[in-house]
Design a protein around this ligand. Structure first.
Ligand SMILES: Nc1nc2c(ncn2[C@@H]2O[C@H](COP(=O)(O)OP(=O)(O)O)[C@@H](O)[C@H]2O)c(=O)[nH]1
Ligand SMILES: [Mg+2]
Length: 389
């Protein structure tokens, strides 16, 4: 479940229901067309009573559904794992991937209030791919256990999937209570870039003065990590906090969301960040739909730009993660900066075209002049003959 405005789930694919009405037509190829067979898988007809037939049909449908969902998931995952920077550049106006400054790795920046679930989201995204590659791999990002925790002080780069050199997400520190400080740090990340291990400190950090924290970051500074340009932003919000804020008179949470979301530097080109709603597993389906509607209105974006990705482990959440990554990377590729030499090439081509046009204009002037001259000569000769006559 997730983006694409599907915050109102129908059936939960991870627990297939017995109803065949909601099954997509593609199911047909998975459902056995042969007579209901016995447990041993033989096609021989057995004498079964109605209950047994129902039970076998139910099992077949469930297996068909699982096969179908597994295939969908595999295909969606392959789209992401096959991707390389530049693959999804759209050749508009004759542009080609080679005309753009392609990033070494497409970089997605996670931003959001403290405790909104940014680090949990890193782990949730990773789990989608770990299921195939290494099902027992430990979680990667450090999740805060309580509100007193400082959270993610050091920016961290996480390739997606773990060994990828095509996509990475950056986990960042939750926002300060002072909007000005948030804008300052967001401006810095979005204009100067981000690098693994960079610190983010707030004045009110309890027990950790900047001086105490900086030495801890030395392990990062020795390696001199590459600075990445942000290619797209993922704006993470806590669905429970949104619901509490909209249903009460305390609009603090939604106000800070609105204010920060509208900050122009968070947009890449005209594209505003994608929104991820977490903590949805603590809400009912109706509440989740309500949160999505409220956020769409508050942030003035279509519901398709809002992805419901709780920490829970099911097919719909896996699909929402993959959809969301797909959305981010597609939009990142639509907004890549143009190479300087392409600019020069275009400029050169335009100048040459202009010169050719001018020369063509000159040609026309010369042609007219020659014709005029010919006419004058003819007239002169004609007038000479007239005088002689
Ligand atoms: N139930 C539930 N808890 C979540 C979810 N996302 C985050 N949490 C919890 O919220 C707390 C803060 O999460 P964290 O990822 O550290 O937030 P961050 O500060 O944005 O990185 C942790 O206790 C998480 O376990 C979610 O989708 N559902
Ligand atoms: Mg965190």
């Amino acid at each position: 479940m997730g983006g694409g405005g599907e915050l109102t789930p129908t059936s939960t694919p991870s627990s297939p229901s017995s109803s065949s009405e909601s099954l997509p037509p593609e199911f047909a190829e998975y459902v056995a067309v042969s007579p209901v067979s016995d447990d041993d898988g033989s096609d021989e007809c057995c004498v079964c009573d109605d209950d047994e037939v129902d039970a076998i049909r139910y099992r077949q449908l469930r297996e068909a559904k699982e096969l179908y969902f597994n295939r969908q998931l595999r295909e969606a995952k392959e789209i992401i794992t096959r991707y390389k920077p530049g693959d999804w550049v759209e050749g508009v106006g004759g542009a080609k991937a080679g005309h753009f400054l392609l990033p070494e790795i497409t970089t997605l920046l996670l931003v959001g209030p403290r405790g909104s679930g940014k680090s949990t989201l890193v782990n949730r995204i990773t789990r989608v791919f770990d299921k195939d590659d290494d099902p027992f791999a430990p979680a990667r990002a450090l999740v805060s256990c309580n509100s007193k925790s400082n959270g993610t002080i050091f920016l961290r780069e996480y390739p997606i999937p773990r060994n990828s050199n095509a996509i990475c997400v950056y986990d960042t520190r939750g926002w300060s209570n002072d909007p000005e400080k948030n804008f300052k740090i967001l401006h810095q990340w979005m204009t100067k870039g981000i690098s693994h291990g960079e610190t983010t400190m707030w004045d009110n950090d309890e027990g950790n003065k900047t001086g105490d924290i900086k030495p801890l970051g030395r392990q990062y500074s020795f390696l001199g990590y590459i600075t990445r340009k942000v290619n797209f932003v993922i704006f993470v919000v806590d669905g429970v906090a949104v619901l509490e804020s909209t249903d009460s008179n305390n609009k603090g949470y939604t106000e800070i969301l609105h204010q920060t979301f509208m900050y122009p530097f968070l947009s890449i080109g005209d594209d505003k960040p994608v929104v991820v709603v977490t903590h949805g597993d603590r809400l009912s389906i109706q509440q989740r739909a309500h949160v999505q509607k409220e956020l769409a209105e508050l942030l003035n974006i279509p519901a398709q730009q809002i992805y419901d990705i709780p920490g829970s482990d099911d097919y719909q959440t896996d699909m929402a993660v993959l959809d969301m990554l797909h959305y981010c990377v597609r939009h990142a590729e639509q907004n890549l900066p143009v190479k300087l030499n392409y600019h020069l090439e275009v400029l050169g081509r335009e100048t040459l075209n202009k010169m050719a046009e001018q020369l063509m204009g000159l040609d026309a002037v010369i042609e007219v002049a020659i014709i005029f001259l010919c006419i004058v000569i003819l007239l002169l000769r004609f007038s000479d003959k007239l005088v002689q006559a």
